[in-house]
Design a protein around this ligand. Structure first.
Ligand SMILES: [Zn+2]
Ligand SMILES: [Zn+2]
Length: 499
């Protein structure tokens, strides 16, 4: 996606503007978080350039103009500025036509694979099977959520893409053929509601095990209230403090828009991850509907507090996931705690296709989980057995990481297949992974990027514990791009070694 035309952001300031410096530093922060190649920033001092001031009709300072659209006039609190920037820039990034085309074809390929696997005609992972433990999914979501309060918005966007361009509307029609047959708008909407019930309850046609069941609990001509039980993303029953199913809310909005042809949105008003007995999605559609805006950030817990909260949740979660893995107590008694990898794959892929800076988010999320996530007792046990002191050399660390990844306890998640360790040169080690859940069966060489940034980040985090340094972990080949396996090169920069 390197040929995407950069977005033009102009910031109007002046020397005596008191509100300008804080806004400017947020612009730098947001653009600097990996969007440098996508956003071209220009600062204009109105005292130096009265022509531009007139041309853009500047009434207040600072003013931010993104691609000729004024998005901010005058000073505002930091979080609101951040919110405006992120949402505008993300929207710009995803509406680039090229990105949409690639998204469509990749998601299509993905769904065809998934359907083949679900109806039993094709197995995507011959060694470990096509179902993976929901614990890994929950941990991935939690570590992504912990990074920034805007991640839920990003996931919503990614889900919306999937709903719009993926195959979900075909699946819904497959489950309820009447949906495709009626031209009458009001009837179509009713059939959509019924299809959604089937989508989350189905055990025959495409049993993804995404949720246990669903019921429509309210419906008008423009609104559906859908109750979903034991959703994979939220069935932990740990109170996270916010809903965790934003991706699926986005997907419901996208698919409603694809089917009804009018702007649609969806808000998860109750969530099992937020203390409720079930998840409740309110879907709305209609010409007069505005794009769903972000939840106000002022109401959110402060960033640091929120992050701390997520660490605690991840900690609490660990125990519950272990209970499920060891069959002491499973989370979803009706359907069990494994779900089809096709539930997970489009999240990574649509995030990745949304924009290249999502690589950074995924890597950071993985690293968080590597440093703070479960499995550390096992890791320390392996260290003890090896009789090596922490911090250790990279070579020893990588060997232990390999042992950890191939340990029967880790394998219970069924997240990866065969894992091999090799050496490239004296300072570079290579981990090769077959059948990684997030990409197995996928082959979208046309996006020209690897997919497994989260796993790369996870390795970096786990190694950080062992070697006390931040190693460089780079995925050089990915099964998602048609390679026979994912290849991760691991090294430590020379400087770090001698510091
Ligand atoms: Zn939920
Ligand atoms: Zn990969």
């Amino acid at each position: 996606m390197s040929e995407v035309t950069p977005v033009r952001l102009i910031m109007f300031t002046s020397e005596d503007c008191v509100y300008c410096p804080p806004v400017e530093s947020i612009v730098k922060e947001v653009v600097g978080s990996g969007m440098q190649d996508l956003v071209h920033v220009l600062t204009i001092d109105v005292d130096d350039d009265p022509e531009a001031e007139k041309q853009y009709n500047i009434n207040a300072l600072p003013t931010l103009v993104i691609d000729d659209e004024t998005v901010l006039e005058g000073g505002m609190d930091d979080d609101s500025v951040r919110e405006i920037l992120w949402s505008t820039l993300l929207n710009k990034a995803v509406t680039s036509e090229e990105a949409v085309e690639v998204t469509k074809s990749s998601l299509l390929a993905l769904t065809i694979n998934a359907m083949g696997s679900l109806n039993g005609t094709r197995q995507l992972r011959t060694a470990v099977g096509d179902f993976t433990h929901i614990g890994i999914f929950q941990l991935n979501l939690l570590s992504l959520y912990s990074l920034d309060p805007l991640i839920p918005h990003l996931l919503y966007k990614a889900g919306q893409q999937l709903g719009l361009y993926g195959m979900m509307h075909h699946v819904l029609t497959l489950l309820n053929p009447k949906l495709g047959q009626t031209p009458r708008r009001d009837l179509k909407f009713k059939h959509l509601a019924y299809s959604l019930e089937l989508y989350f309850s189905d055990r025959e046609t495409l049993p993804t095990m995404l949720a246990e069941s669903a019921q429509v609990v309210g419906i008008t001509n423009q609104m559906i209230k859908l109750r979903v039980n034991d959703m994979a993303s939220a069935s932990l029953r740990v109170n996270v403090g916010e809903p965790m199913c934003g991706f699926f809310a986005g997907q419901l909005a996208g698919v409603t828009q694809a089917i009804m042809g009018t702007p649609s949105n969806c808000v998860e008003t109750m969530c099992m991850a937020n203390g409720s007995e079930y998840c409740l999605f309110v879907i709305r559609t209609g010409m007069d509907l505005k794009e769903r805006s972000l939840p106000p950030l002022e109401d959110k817990i402060e960033r640091a507090t929120r992050r701390q909260n997520f660490y605690e949740v991840i900690h609490e979660t660990t125990e519950l996931i272990n209970d499920s893995l060891l069959m002491r107590k499973i989370q979803r008694p009706e359907i069990g705690d494994f779900m089809h990898i096709s539930v997970f794959q489009p999240i990574i892929i649509s995030l990745k296709l949304l924009d290249r800076f999502s690589s950074i988010i995924l890597y950071s999320g993985g690293r968080e989980l590597g440093v703070f996530g479960p499995g550390k007792p096992l890791l320390y046990r392996l260290v003890q057995q090896a009789g090596i002191d922490v911090p250790m050399q990279l070579e020893e660390g990588v060997h232990l990481l390999h042992q950890y990844m191939t340990h029967p306890t880790t394998m219970l998640y069924r997240d990866q297949g065969l894992i091999r360790l090799a050496m490239k040169d004296y300072n570079t080690f290579v981990l090769e992974i077959e059948e990684n859940a997030s990409v197995a069966g996928l082959n979208t060489s046309n996006i020209g990027a690897t997919f497994c940034d989260f796993l790369a980040g996870f390795f970096a985090g786990r190694l950080h514990i062992l070697i006390g340094l931040d190693p460089i972990v780079q995925e050089t080949q990915c099964q998602g791009m048609g390679a026979p396996f994912c290849t991760f090169e691991i090294s430590v920069s020379e400087e770090d070694y001698f510091d």
